[in-house]
Ligand binder design. Structure first.
Ligand SMILES: Cc1cc2nc3c(=O)[nH]c(=O)nc-3n(C[C@H](O)[C@H](O)[C@H](O)COP(=O)(O)O)c2cc1C
Length: 179
């Protein structure tokens, strides 16, 4: 049994990315799933001055060790103005000050969704590019456009072609997880 850490990269209590990430995690039955809420890692906005003044907050250390302790990571990214949500970027910045290896070379599955037809694909591209740098595994991605149209609370992804792409991405993650 592997330990999979899962989160939506959003601080919204109604996050559609959190929903998508949990749906993705449900595809990996028999594994331990740890769902994180970014609100539990709220910290001052990162600045070098604050780092000198207050040090690195415990929340960043907790986040870092939770990732370190996992076997795989699933993230679904919310797109704000074409990029990361502030909630995610702030955690990423703080955690990157603890150690250069934020993602610990773990197998990862990167997702995104929005109500728009591009499905937050800009942030997904940015995240994939950044996280893939020097990473050992090929990192699969999947973007779900028009969330409300294509996602059903019980049935999940309803469009057949999108579902196929999603399953393909999950299969790569599964393979990496078992290697
Ligand atoms: C400040 C802000 C900026 C946004 N910018 C984008 C954007 O660039 N592209 C996009 O597709 N949606 C954008 N949206 C809409 C989000 O995709 C939408 O709020 C979505 O629900 C965010 O995901 P979440 O529910 O997981 O937080 C933006 C929303 C906010 C609040």
């Amino acid at each position: 049994m592997k330990k999979i850490v899962v989160f939506g990269a959003s601080s919204s209590s109604k996050s559609i990315n959190k929903k998508l990430s949990i749906y993705a995690a449900a595809q990996f039955k028999g594994h331990e799933i740890i769902i994180l809420d970014l609100n539990d890692y709220e910290m001052p906005i990162y600045s070098e001055d604050k780092e000198i003044k207050i040090g690195i907050p415990n929340e960043a250390h907790n986040f870092y060790s939770t990732l370190k302790d996992s076997d795989g990571i699933i993230i679904s990214f919310a797109e704000h103005n074409g990029s990361y949500s502030v909630a995610f970027k702030n955690i990423f910045d703080w955690v990157s000050r603890i150690g250069k290896i934020v993602w610990w070379n773990k197998p990862m599955l990167l997702l995104s969704t929005s109500e728009g037809i591009r499905g937050a694909s800009s942030v997904l591209k940015i995240a994939h590019q950044r996280i893939s740098y020097n990473h050992s595994y090929k990192i699969p991605t999947f973007s779900l456009p028009s969330f409300s149209k294509n996602f059903h609370v019980i049935n999940g992804i309803v469009d057949e072609d999108l579902k196929k792409d999603f399953v393909k991405a999950c299969d790569i993650f599964k393979l990496n997880l078992s290697s």
